[in-house]
Design a protein around this ligand. Structure first.
Ligand code: GLN
Length: 545
């Protein structure tokens, strides 16, 4: 018999193996059972992959046995972990990160039942590190959305209040980790799709430097912005996964050499291990210069989130970090640059879904392109294709797309300049707490604003991480609406109508606890500094370190 906490970490699961309390196939069974009961209300999973998982777990059972027999008692587990850093850890994937022969629909009926012909590099890396995939998660259609609601299959729920969004577009991967159905997951980021839901669901989510992680075998949204993003329950796990995923891939020419970053991450993980051995709290030894960019601290931020970040800032000062006010003036154009760049690339990428390949129906030639796409692509996807086609068309290319690229480059230079002065930047991840399902689905512009602090980071290639700030009391329901108990009408002496309304306080509002996160932004390949600060924030908020 063994027990597993509500939201386990890699360390917790691997300790079960180390102390011989469980073997991988038992852990797998535990997670499959847990998921089948929890997911009825969370809806994180589109498909489970039990056959693949069971055969993987059986292989790991054998490997465990071999290490136990072959190596000395005091070192067998360390050796095993060295070769397989994710040994026996259950995980899931967003329905966009391909695994050969499994079904990936990217949340869209146009790819219903599409079986991947090959596996992504990230899956291969995670698989050889010993992790066990248990299934594939729901997501916004083609990763377009901020709430999971554009999925053709199901909208994943926020585990802290199932009437609210888990965020998007990596809604399923985030909800799966936050509800403890898997230990980690991989989502994808084009403009905030890992960080925004991570903040909404109390988990750690990374958008890595562009080129750190291979995109081979990942269904593209906007190729100059897309990156795979690890999702975990604590910072240490995020480092471990990033370390496994990082590296050049000859199948993705945009990947970059990251050896020096990988060495730094290894060092951090070793330090964490020895701090754990000595039962010491792990804190940053060298203080950081943290930039506070004033353009990210706008009036529209929920006052509870603002206050939480101000409190955090003073605690970071107490730990020895220095806060520096900085300015990134082009931040105000981030949403515009993103929503002019992304649709152009997305429209081009989606051209391949033409009814010939990946077809659902093939009646006649006319039906192929027009009818097929019209019938099977969702509203949001069509909106982006139209926007992308419009802003890249002959008469408008210079005025919109080209101009956006110029602003994008200027914004990148602004960040480069700021990082000559500071190590990292600290901002809110989202201006608001997770909103109610349906609250923004009819208003695309409102929905797009959910990414106001995240999408600019993708356009300038640099990394950003959302780390939990904790749970906060928030009024549930309409705050400003006051119920009217009774209305009486009188005719006054001057003949005018006077209305007397008796008000009662809104009886419908009650207080609930919801999570939020903050965002740490780093320079290109500056993930090590991001993780350092994130570990300190995790210690301050005393969550799952
Ligand atoms: N929510 C943003 C959008 O809809 C970001 C999407 C993403 O990062 N995949 O474009």
């Amino acid at each position: 018999m063994f027990s597993v906490s509500k939201r386990p970490t890699i360390y917790e699961i691997q300790d079960l193996y180390k102390t011989k309390k469980a073997i991988p196939s038992q852990v797998l069974q535990f997670f499959l059972n847990r998921s089948s009961s929890i997911d009825k209300s969370i809806k994180a999973f589109n498909y489970y992959t039990p056959k693949l998982a069971e055969s993987k777990a059986a292989k790991l059972d054998e490997i465990l046995q071999i290490y136990l027999e072959k190596y000395p008692q005091d070192s067998w587990f360390e050796l095993l972990q060295k070769k397989y850093p994710l040994f026996g850890i259950p995980f899931s994937l967003k329905s966009i990160i391909l695994v050969e022969s499994e079904i990936f629909n990217a949340g869209s009926k146009i790819l219903d039942n599409f079986k991947a012909p090959y596996s992504s590099t990230v899956f291969k890396n995670i698989d050889s590190a010993g992790a066990i995939m248990i299934g594939i998660n729901h997501m916004d259609q083609f990763a377009m959305g901020s709430s999971g609601e554009t999925s053709d299959y199901a909208t994943s729920r926020n585990p802290f209040d199932t009437s609210r969004t888990a965020g998007g577009s990596s809604s399923g991967p985030i909800a799966a980790v936050a509800s403890g159905q898997v230990v980690f997951s991989l989502g994808s980021e084009t403009g905030g799709s890992v960080r925004q839901p991570a903040a909404f669901c109390d988990v750690v989510g990374l958008k890595p430097t562009y080129g750190l992680i291979s995109r081979y075998g990942v269904i593209p949204m906007a190729s100059s912005l897309d990156q795979v993003g690890p999702v975990s329950n604590n910072v240490e796990d995020n480092i471990i996964i990033t370390r496994v995923l990082a590296g050049e891939d000859e199948k993705d020419q945009t990947t970059v050499d990251s050896q020096s970053l990988k060495d730094k991450l290894d060092k951090m993980l070793d330090e964490k291990k020895s701090a754990r051995r000595l039962k010491k709290l792990h804190s940053t030894t060298n203080p950081l210069k943290i930039g506070i960019p004033k353009e990210f601290y706008i009036d529209g931020i929920d006052p509870i989130i603002s206050k939480a970040i101000t409190n955090l800032q003073s605690k970071l000062k107490d730990l020895g970090h220095t806060l520096v006010d900085v300015s990134l003036p082009l931040t105000k154009y981030a949403i515009s640059v993103y929503y002019l760049t992304m649709p152009v690339e997305a429209a081009a990428n989606l051209e391949r879904i033409d009814g010939v390949r990946y077809a659902q129906q093939q009646d006649n030639y006319d039906s192929l392109y027009y009818e097929h796409r019209n019938k099977y692509l969702g509203e949001e996807v069509k909106r982006r294709i139209m926007l992308g086609t419009y802003v890249s068309s002959a008469g408008y290319y210079d005025a919109y797309y080209n101009k956006a690229q110029k602003v994008r480059e200027l914004a990148r230079q602004d960040f480069v300049k700021v990082f000559q002065e500071v190590d990292v930047l600290l901002t809110p991840t989202t201006p608001e707490f997770p909103f109610k399902l349906g609250e923004k689905s009819d208003d695309p512009l409102k929905m797009y604003l959910s990414d106001v602090f995240t999408c600019g980071i993708n356009t300038v290639r640099i990394p950003g991480l959302s780390v939990p700030l904790g749970m906060f009391e928030v009024v549930d329901g309409e705050k400003d609406i006051v119920d009217i108990k009774s209305v009486e009408t009188d005719i006054a002496e001057d003949g005018k109508t006077v209305v007397h309304a008796t008000e009662i306080d809104s009886a419908t509002s009650n207080v609930i606890k919801l999570p939020t996160g903050c965002q740490i932004i780093g320079s290109e390949l500056g993930e090590d500094k991001i993780f350092k600060l994130a570990q300190d924030i995790e210690m301050i908020t005393s969550s799952r370190s």
